[in-house]
Design a protein around this ligand. Sequence first.
Ligand code: NAD
Length: 258
Amino acid sequence: MSRNKSAIITGSTSGIGLGLAKVFAKAGYNIMFNGLESNGAEIAAQVAEEFGVKTRFAGANMLKPEEIQAMVKEAEEAFDGIDVLINNAGVQFVAPIDEFPEDRWNLIIGVNLNSVFHTTKAVWPGMKARQFGRIINITSAHGIRASEYKSAYVAAKHGVTGLTKVLGLEGAPFNITCNAIAPGYVKTPLVEGQIADQAKAHKLSEQEVVEKIMLYKQAIKRFINLESLGQAALFFASEYSSETTGITLPMDGGWSSQ
Ligand code: NAD
């Protein structure tokens, strides 16, 4: 019997990661779930039941390399190797530079940038040995454009854009590709938190933040659809993207075309 393909998706017990996990499970992938939500194991079990695939949950903290390594080892053993790694876990904090707390800076760089190095380093030997690997980084329009008050987030996401290029080059001899998807705004718990924070920073109502700040930069004035992100990620996971590597695909309603 042929084995199902498998994916590790970080931060997959909420928002975009959970949406991606469902799209991949529907396509027949076994999934290693990860995230800090306390109901992670239940979410993983529900997805397994709904789509008839195997799932696991690891609450590995993306700030702790040894927990990341243990999660990768568990997934490799449970699913007989890892085909796809989606680096999605992320956090945000919004404040002017002179008020930006040091611990928030370190947290954002740690989760949004450093963890991508640690997860990738952990899956790399297995992908190399099996001569197949797909690494997909969920960056952001802020990986290619900047906005005020988001110094740490923009720095981290631009860092991942660069790392994506390097991994594309290093993976080429081993049939490992690495690409990024850079969404505009997607309505998830992370964005709902930002709406409140931006309202405070800009002294605006929450409705005004959505209209005047968030979707203002997108030519298409809609939040980005989760299913669309999932289908783009499936393309990067497939054989059809074998010659596509190191790129960042903006899915931002035209924001980065300006
Ligand atoms: P979310 O808050 O809904 O989900 C984030 C996930 O990351 C959660 O499961 C959380 O538990 C996990 N996480 C956070 N810190 C962690 C840690 N230390 N260890 C392990 N897991 C951790 O957010 P989201 O909107 O779904 O964002 C997902 C990704 O998409 C992030 O990288 C974010 O930067 C990016 N993104 C989001 C948007 C948007 O508009 N929502 C736009 C562009 C990019």
